[in-house]
Design a protein. Structure first.
Length: 474
């Protein structure tokens, strides 16, 4: 059966990425120091792999690895204290070892195990002499263990540094701003995306307070939150994403999504933030919201948007005048000249309606050839008639579109709130289908509703506007 503990040990050893790696000055200085302190010709840092031991540093020995079977250091994997061999020729474990009978002719060996923070044995820091010793005392063993501890910390620091470089590289390559701060709110990391997003360089921001990137009106609230973190030791927003307003170096504000993380660092709680500029998303959402309530062709509120305005008008004012407009003969334009010219005609109608109404009036396109005008806060039929007459006069003039003169007729229905209805849908229905025109007392040459009937004609032909009497057909 496989040795589970040994399999795990080898996995941990590989995670340090030292086996097969080049020499490093930090390790070489320690083996040189060990050789001098103990007055021996050889000092090694040995990492014991599955089949070989890799000598990360080898002062006094011109090899980089040896077989694990011949390794003295492999015997330190099962002990906590230094392994001491005073005379290898007299030790049954080693007398037949090829490194004893042959080069480098080991006689004295002392190796302190290299043990990481998890308690995993990685190898040994050892000293070797070609002469046997009579004694290797407690103080000497303690000194050897201390040197092994220094090596072990250096090994772990190297892995953490590589991990930090990897994380830093990942953070710098991230399109999101990545920032880390202390519990007091001092910035300790600021990636390239943060530089681009906020307009501050990393060198300028490290050590500064995080509230530098917040509008002044939010800073006290933020600082109060940081004080709570220091006093309670907890980060309530850890693992959550919230939307905030941020501040660029040039003083402009913009919306962000910020995801908070927290962990226990060497100096206490540390906090990280991943930040995304959501300006484009907000603009896209605003466009979608606009499209949901506006007509794409004319830019006017569509039926949904107009009804929403009508509801607000009735809630705020309790009164209003609604004019429903129908373009007579518009189908003939579409059939005669095509939908492209028909669309242009609708845009022209919207422009003429906007020009004919006052600023307080609300326009909308509520159907294919139907428009509506809302006069908030007034239920005076005289005002309504005056506007209707003005519209009819405006539509008595032909439209010049794509080289054609087009006469577009107009029919107008009227409802007054609260006289005819108090609810938006009822008021709209009344203006389109009810008897409101007659109730308003509209009369033009004996007619109930004035209409300008139009049909598409070539720009060389004359344009006839005709007033037709009779009730509105719908």
């Amino acid at each position: 059966m496989p040795n589970t503990a040994e399999t795990h040990r080898l996995e941990v050893l590989r995670s340090y990425e030292l086996v097969g790696s080049a020499s490093e000055p930090d390790y070489d200085q320690l083996t040189e120091l060990g050789a001098r302190l103990f007055e021996v010709p050889i000092c090694l840092i040995s990492l014991v792999g599955e089949h070989e031991q890799w000598l990360k540093s080898h002062h006094g020995l011109d090899v980089c690895s040896t077989s694990r079977d011949a390794s003295f250091c492999a015997h330190t994997l099962t002990v906590e204290e230094p392994l001491v061999v005073l005379d290898a020729t007299q030790d049954n474990r080693f007398r037949d070892n090829p490194q004893v009978s042959g080069a480098p002719r080991i006689r004295f060996y002392a190796g302190a195990p290299l043990i990481d923070a998890e308690g995993i044995h990685l190898g040994a820091f050892c000293i070797i002499d070609t002469k046997p010793r009579v004694v290797f005392g407690t103080d000497e063993q303690r000194l050897l263990s201390n040197l092994a501890s220094i090596v072990g910390r250096r090994i772990q620091k190297g892995r953490a540094s590589r991990a930090g470089l990897a994380v830093g590289g990942f953070a710098d390559a991230s399109p999101m701003a990545v920032i880390t701060v202390t519990a007091e709110g001092r910035i300790t990391f600021w990636n390239k995306a943060a530089e681009t997003m906020f307009g501050h360089s990393s060198g300028n921001m490290l050590g500064r307070r995080l509230d530098t990137i917040m509008p002044v009106r939010f800073r006290e609230m933020h600082n109060a939150g940081m004080r709570r973190i220091v006093s309670t030791g907890s980060v309530p927003l850890s693992g959550k994403t919230v939307e905030l307003i941020a501040l660029r170096a040039d003083g402009t504000e913009f919306p962000i999504d910020i995801t908070i993380s927290s962990w226990q660092g060497l100096l206490g709680i540390e906090i990280g933030a991943q930040i995304q500029d959501i300006t484009a998303r907000r603009e896209r959402e605003a466009r979608l919201e606009h499209l949901a309530v506006h007509d794409v062709l004319t830019g006017l509120p569509n039926r949904s948007g107009f009804v929403s305005n009508l509801v607000k008008c009735l809630e705020e004012h309790g009164s209003g005048t609604l004019l429903a407009l129908n373009l007579d003969g518009f189908k003939a334009i579409n059939d005669g000249f095509g939908h492209a010219l028909g669309d242009a005609a609708l845009q022209a109608v919207a422009i003429r309606l906007a020009a004919a109404t006052e600023n307080g009036a609300m326009l909308g396109r509520i159907g294919g050839d139907e428009f509506a005008i809302l006069l908030p806060g007034t239920d005076n039929p005289v005002v309504a008639r005056s506007l209707a007459d003005q519209l009819l006069m405006e539509f008595s003039q032909p439209f010049h579109i794509a080289g054609h003169l087009l006469q577009i007729g107009l029919s107008i229905g009227l409802s007054l709130a609260p006289l005819h209805a108090t609810h938006a849908d009822e008021l709209l229905f009344s203006s389109r289908f009810g008897p409101s025109c007659r109730q308003a007392g509209w009369r033009t040459k004996g007619s109930n509703v004035r209409r300008w009937h139009g049909q598409p004609v070539d720009n060389q032909a004359s344009v006839q506007g005709r007033a037709a009497s009779g009730h509105r057909a719908r």
